[in-house]
Design a protein around this ligand. Structure first.
Ligand code: ADP
Ligand code: MG
Length: 294
């Protein structure tokens, strides 16, 4: 039988907007000493904005945006939402979109107006689609990434067609939430599929020392297992399809209610509103609830 206090704890959780899979989850929560945090959509608002479209020589800016938006129209990623919104604002529209595919942690591909379009990390365009990206373009990407941008490249019919730079903001409640997690004895680790520059800018604002960037969805899972192998009890907080395996592997998976269904299905707790201040609240609630039992 479940002790009454645990049920009271889960009831209190749902009042706060924290959905708890079952009373036994509170037990895991108490022992957690490390919290792994996804960046995009978790520590940041995920309401990304396109700040620059840089077409390759001889290609129209509107076409790069239209083609990219067409390919992104089937994606639920914050990068996709930014590109689709920018295209709509610029009235850059495309026609037919067929054969959409999402490549988690890398990008998307589709046939847009009978052209093969891929949008994503430049290194992925090169490795998966044999797209040649020149040294000058690579230097431009690094420069913008070091300024904290997420930069995706666009390929049309196998040729490099341009860059799209996107910015995102740290959630206003994130610094205080991380501080409180630290006060509760949890070591924060930033784990992201995004580039090192964008990761470093966010980590700096939150005072996180352990930063791992350019990590694939499988790499995220391996990072959780690695921490567990070192004897840590690990919570993971994430929002994306790319976080689902890591969330399931963590001792305590926490999903952002503002994120994807895949993340919520893989998690023990869901923060319904996506308000990060509720993460330390959840940890405190679990510890208090258990103290009344033991
Ligand atoms: P995070 O771990 O920060 O949530 P992801 O693993 O989802 O980031 O994505 C890692 C990187 O892969 C992104 O920064 C972007 O460069 C690329 N990417 C992912 N999804 C898309 C998409 N739909 N369109 C373009 N690029 C994408
Ligand atoms: Mg994310």
């Amino acid at each position: 039988a479940t002790p009454t206090a645990l049920l009271v704890g889960t009831g209190r959780g749902s009042q706060l907007g924290i959905l708890i899979r079952g009373p036994e989850v509170l037990e895991q929560t108490r022992r957690v000493d490390t919290i792994v945090l996804d960046k995009t959509g978790t520590l940041t608002t995920g309401r990304m904005r396109v700040t620059a479209v840089l077409p390759a020589a001889g290609i129209a800016e509107e076409w790069v945006l239209a083609a990219a938006a067409g390919a992104e129209s089937g994606s639920v990623h914050p990068v996709a939402a930014a590109i689709v919104a920018a295209a709509r604002e610029a009235r850059a529209t495309s026609g037919s979109v067929e054969g959409f595919q999402a490549h988690d942690g890398a990008g998307v591909s589709a046939v847009v107006d009978d052209r093969a379009v891929a949008v994503g990390r430049a290194d992925w365009l090169t490795s998966a689609w044999s797209v040649e990206v020149g040294d000058d373009v690579r230097a431009d990407i690094v420069h913008r990434e070091n300024a904290g941008m997420t930069v995706v490249a666009v390929a049309i019919d196998g040729a490099y067609a341009g860059l799209i730079a996107i910015s995102d903001a740290v959630r206003p409640e994130a610094p205080a939430a991380i501080e409180r997690l630290r006060a509760l004895g949890l070591t924060p680790v930033l784990l992201t599929g995004d580039n090192a520059g964008a990761a470093a800018r966010v980590a700096e604002q939150l005072g996180i020392d352990d930063v791992r960037s350019g990590v694939t969805p499988v790499g995220k899972l391996e990072a959780i297992r690695g921490l567990q192998a070192d004897g840590h009890v690990v919570a993971m907080l994430g929002d994306g399809v790319n976080d689902a395996a890591a969330l399931a592997a963590a001792d305590l998976g926490i999903a952002m209610g503002s994120g994807t269904d895949a993340a919520m299905a893989a998690s023990d707790l869901t923060i319904v509103s996506g308000d990060l201040s509720l993460v330390p609240d959840a940890i405190r609630l679990a510890r208090r609830t258990l103290r009344t039992i033991i």
